[in-house]
Design a protein around this ligand. Structure first.
Ligand code: GDP
Ligand code: MN
Length: 394
């Protein structure tokens, strides 16, 4: 789960002692200009709060020199759909802006913490070339990257933090500050079950102080149950509607761009199904793993979930029943078609436990379902149905 910049800054400053600029959240232009008044000074930054980086280049970060300018910048941002290279072409709509005191910048640094699956450790990545996205840094300035991984038994060590600080070319006064920031980020990452903490840029101000100008955090969904305060920060307006619907119903769903909806049990089989559809010349609309105990009602839910996507033209049900039962799934398919009054082509491939019973249920239903025995046939049949080259009949 992602959170907004202002929420990440709030957490990192109040619970982990990181230095952030003074700022306030606004839901309207009036509120934004009032925030500027509260903060004081004569220069502010108005920042669109969307779940994406690279907002600056998309016009989502505005420097303002009067309260009127703050009002205007906010008015322009509210309701706007910002498209960055991270949001995809659909973009994300701005419903909140964050107003901060503007800070004169001497240097921009990059700091990121991620989970390195290979070493099974939290990895810190730092660079003196901040301000750019990490992908650009590793393309343009790969030698500037400093990597360091923390042993979970002892956590990030002081000497490691100092090594990073030296590597970034910080002076003696800044090394202590950097230590605090690195250790704070590490604790935040570990204590809150984060997937990612990114400070970009972490700046050195004209007075030589370190300050977190932009912060991004993302959390492990499977650990959210033990962080209720973090769960509350979820902002559904920033999520893919289809994925929100599925997540709220306990289904593992990832939206894709094609037109063949997939209902599959098991993540591996779901991946294989996407590959087979591609091989047959089509494109899947989603990845969906309905899991082991697929009772008929769960299958109906899965259909509802897949059909929240208006692009779906064909549904392919592919079940290899081990713990599962094909007759249950078949009952679910029949129930879904009747209850949801579906009239789009549906292809079903069942294999494994109770397959004969399952196929019997499908045949006796009298519904115009495309039945396939192998995955290759199922994929080919779905693609053919999608191309409208065949008519499925009972
Ligand atoms: P992002 O584009 O979504 O990553 O948004 P950032 O918060 O990182 O802002 C983008 C860029 O705007 C930063 O790299 C800075 O160069 C600039 N910026 C943001 N806040 C300030 C500020 O307070 N003062 C100055 N001078 N520049 C800022
Ligand atoms: Mn940034």
């Amino acid at each position: 789960m992602d959170i907004h910049e202002y929420q990440a800054k709030q957490i990192l400053s109040s619970q982990f002692g990181l230095p952030v600029p003074r700022g306030g959240l606004a839901y309207s232009p009036e509120q934004a200009s009032y925030r500027a008044l509260e903060i004081g000074g004569d220069c502010w930054v108005v920042k669109a709060q969307i779940h994406s980086g690279a907002r600056g280049r998309a016009g989502g970060v505005r420097i303002c020199r009067s309260e009127t300018e703050v009002w205007d910048a906010a008015a322009e941002l509210f309701g706007k759909r910002l498209v960055t290279h991270q949001t995809g072409p659909a973009g994300k709509v701005v419903y909140r802006v964050y107003v901060e005191e503007a800070v004169p910048i001497e240097r921009e640094l990059y700091l990121g913490l991620v989970l390195d699956r290979q070493s099974e450790r939290v990895m810190l990545v730092a660079s003196a070339a901040g301000g750019m996205e990490i992908e650009e840094i590793s393309d343009a300035e790969p030698d500037s990257l400093i990597r360091c991984s923390a042993d979970p038994a002892v956590g990030l060590q002081g000497f490691q933090a100092r090594e990073i600080a030296f590597g970034l070319g910080l002076d003696t006064g800044q090394i202590g500050q950097m230590n605090e920031i690195l250790l704070g980020c590490y604790r935040a990452f570990r204590d809150l079950d984060a997937n990612m903490v990114e400070l970009n840029p972490l700046v050195i101000t004209d007075r030589g102080r370190l300050l977190v100008l932009d912060a991004k955090m993302s959390f492990d969904d499977n650990a959210l149950f033990r962080h209720p305060a973090i769960s509350e920060l979820r902002d559904k307006s920033q999520e893919d509607k289809r994925e929100t619907y599925a997540a709220d119903r306990g289904l593992a769903y990832v939206g894709l761009d094609g037109e063949i909806g997939c209902i599959v049990n098991g993540a591996g089989l779901a991946m294989a199904t996407l590959d087979m559809i591609k091989l047959a010349g089509g494109d899947a609309a989603n990845f969906l793993d309905i899991g082991g105990g697929a009772a008929p009602d769960r299958v109906v839910k899965a259909f509802k979930c897949v059909l929240t996507d208006p692009k779906v033209k064909v549904v392919l049900v592919n079940i290899f029943a081990g713990i599962n039962r094909c007759d249950w799934v078949a009952e679910g398919v029949v129930k879904a078609v009747r209850e949801l009054k579906l009239d789009l082509p549906i292809v079903v491939r069942l294999a494994g436990t109770h397959v004969a019973e399952g196929q019997k249920i499908l045949q006796e239903s009298g519904l115009p379902l495309g039945v396939a025995t192998t995955l290759a046939d199922a994929a080919a049949l779905s693609v053919a149905a999608w191309r409208d080259t065949i008519r499925l009949s009972a």
